[in-house]
Design a protein around this ligand. Structure first.
Ligand code: NAP
Length: 283
């Protein structure tokens, strides 16, 4: 492997230590930062994510409340819970774990979260603020990717960044953050006819598709920085990303691994957003 490894676990430890200091300082001033996590139904992946988020809060001095409801919970009941948390002074961040059962409109639920407590950054007010360059919570995964670029001294200014994927939670906000950092941004998706044509010109590639080997060594310019957001399973059932890591690591200048890359950074940036929300609430 010739590429520099961008270690999400190491960077997370560093940022979480700063979060813990800020949490301790706020607590000493009488405000313990609080995160509420709501999960509806029994999706096994959601249960793991939620457990990891709650544990990360506990480990770093944040107060966390986990509310688990059966899949039969009605949309009205869920909206009422969110509204109650919006006015709960001990809670500074609210996260509703997706996906929600099909009878619940996820957009409606997210729009009910107060933008002041929207630590996932999924509310249209947060998305709109990102679009027009105003202060707001940035979605945790793209925010973490930007921190990873920063950690290796990769300034996107003047660089060509290619984002593969255009979801509202990863691809689109990722492209907006790179644009705000003065990159020239290309967004690719399932209807892009020749993906390799775009990726071969990129100085920075962010893969957020959810399919193994979307990016292989022949599609990467030597020296490019490659961020792998994907979470998939390989034939042995092990966690892997969207990028053919072994091959691309021989061509790229820097690369994130899966696991141990973007995943831990996503949770870390959730803690950062929650601390920021608590600091703002405490004045
Ligand atoms: P998503 O909503 O399914 O979006 C996937 C995107 O990939 C879509 O925009 C889709 O295009 C595009 N796409 C599909 N096939 C493609 C192809 N062959 N070439 C180019 N683009 C293609 O997924 P997501 O929520 O953004 O998540 C993406 C991946 O990141 C998943 O593996 C997810 O598990 C992972 N993830 C990881 C973290 C983390 O913390 N590490 C956080 C969030 C997500 P269309 O829009 O045209 O359909």
């Amino acid at each position: 492997m010739t590429a520099r490894l961008i270690d999400g676990n190491a960077l997370s430890r560093q940022i979480r230590a700063e979060v813990a200091e800020r949490a301790a300082a706020l607590t000493a001033r009488g405000t313990t930062p609080g995160l509420a996590v709501i999960v509806v139904g029994d999706n096994p992946a959601s249960a793991v994510y939620v457990r990891n988020k709650v544990k990360a809060c506990q480990d770093n001095g944040l107060h966390s409340v986990m509310e688990a409801y059966p899949a039969t919970m009605s949309e009205a009941e869920l909206l009422a819970r969110v509204e109650a948390l919006n006015v709960d002074p001990t809670i500074h961040g609210i996260l509703v774990q997706l996906p929600l059962p099909p009878h619940i409109d996820a957009h409606k639920v997210i729009e009910t979260i107060s933008p002041l407590k929207d630590v996932d950054g999924f509310h249209v007010a947060s998305a709109g603020a990102l679009m027009v360059g105003q202060e707001a919570f940035r979605p945790c995964t793209p925010y973490g990717c930007m921190k990873m670029l920063e950690s290796i001294g990769c300034d996107p200014r003047g660089k060509h960044a290619v984002v593969i994927g255009r979801s509202n939670i990863v691809g689109k906000p990722m492209a907006m953050l790179l644009l705000a950092a003065n990159a020239t941004v290309t967004i690719c998706h399932s209807a892009t006819p020749d993906l390799a044509h775009h990726t071969r010109q990129a100085d920075i590639i962010v893969a957020a598709v959810g399919r193994r080997n979307v990016l292989t060594a022949d599609m990467v310019k030597p020296g490019a920085v490659v961020i792998d957001v994907g979470m998939n399973r390989n034939d042995e059932g092990k966690l892997c990303g969207d990028v053919d890591f072994a091959g691309v690591a021989e061509v790229a200048g820097a690369i994130t691994p899966v696991p141990g890359g973007v995943g831990p950074m996503t949770i870390t940036m959730l803690l950062v957003n929650t601390i920021e929300a608590a600091e703002r609430a405490a004045g």
